[in-house]
Design a protein around this ligand. Structure first.
Ligand code: RIB
Ligand code: CA
Length: 313
């Protein structure tokens, strides 16, 4: 089977970084057409910088990185330095990037790529707020049938919120964008906290990253050691949840995941539940299913894949 053509839309973010590394380490399965940065974990100036740093860490200065939207569609930007550190990529000490940032706006890159590539051949992989994806859909609705599928990290149902009692961060930052994306009619595969909270970097798993011995393995171990604090303190969990790598792992090994095809709507009216992903898990709403909402993962299989692929960089 030919490699899947993807665009990664991202707000690095240590877990975004690991997701990008996994994609770049899997050229037989994944062809990264480009990376578009979005404001999220940290402001856009840092997410586009961090995305380039990760490409250089992987030895892939050839990857085109674009800056997208610097704020949500209709709300002030909320960032997550309390989780990811001031730089967004705290943990390892990495050199400032010197590979170029592309001049084209990330949203226009998404539109132009979908128009240029064969219809139904490009998968979009958003790892942060959905601002760039929604802007592309609004600006160029003709791209909707050209998208093969959207595999995104965001939302929560049984795990409820991680930034408010009701909402997961990516959806909460730009709920209007999420509503546009979830209603666009594009095939959706969603990796919510319900599944990502089962992908925890325990000490043993992190030791395996470090034991790879390469600058990539050591940097990943340092990233997860930094950003695990938030979840350990809040949830008492055994380690950092690798949210975003669930997206790129799905492209390589979809059999690692289990979910249910349900209707998912986004709360955009109430400040109390703003950004909540209302998943009709029991099919009571009569609304048509629009998303494969993942709930289970073979965590040992996921970490075995991740460790094996990171060792290839
Ligand atoms: O809620 C987790 C998500 O928010 C992840 O994508 C993380 O990188 C942050 O963007
Ligand atoms: Ca992210």
């Amino acid at each position: 089977m030919p490699a899947q053509k993807i665009i990664i839309d991202t707000d690095p973010g240590q877990d975004d970084a690991v997701a990008i590394l996994l994609a770049l380490a899997s050229p037989d399965e994944i062809e990264v057409l480009g990376i578009t940065a979005v404001a999220g974990n940290v402001p856009l100036a840092l997410t586009q910088r961090n995305a380039r740093m990760v490409c250089e860490l992987a030895g892939r200065r050839d990857i085109r990185v674009f800056a997208g939207c610097d704020r949500p569609l209709g709300r002030d930007l909320v960032t997550a330095e309390h989780v990811h550190g001031k730089s967004g990529l705290d943990g390892p000490v990495l050199p400032e990037p010197d590979m170029p940032l592309q001049d084209q706006h990330g949203v226009d890159f998404i539109i132009d790529t979908l128009r240029a590539e064969p219809e139904g051949s490009v998968t979009l992989c958003p790892l942060g707020p959905l601002t760039n994806i929604a802007m592309a859909i609004e600006k160029a609705p003709d791209i909707i049938p050209r998208i093969r599928k959207l595999v995104l990290m965001g939302g929560a149902y049984f795990q409820v919120g991680n930034i408010t009692p009701a909402a997961e961060f990516n959806i909460y930052v730009d709920p209007q964008a999420a509503r546009i994306v979830f209603r666009a009619g594009v095939p959706l595969v969603v990796m919510p906290l319900d599944v990502t909270h089962k992908a925890l970097v325990t000490a043993e798993r992190n030791n395996r990253f470090r034991a790879i011995g390469s600058h990539v393995g050591i940097a990943v171990a340092q990233m997860t050691e930094f950003f695990e604090r938030f979840d350990k303190e809040k949830y008492g969990s055994e380690g950092a949840p690798l949210h975003d790598p669930c997206v790129t792992a799905y492209l390589v090994r979809p059999d690692l995941f289990k979910g249910r095809h349900v209707n998912v709507e986004i709360e955009t009216q109430s400040e109390l539940t703003m950004g909540m992903t209302v998943a009709d898990w029991w099919g009571v709403s009569g609304r048509a299913p629009n998303a494969m909402f993942m709930g289970d993962i073979d965590a040992d299989g996921f970490f075995a894949l991740l460790t094996d692929r990171l060792a290839r960089l």
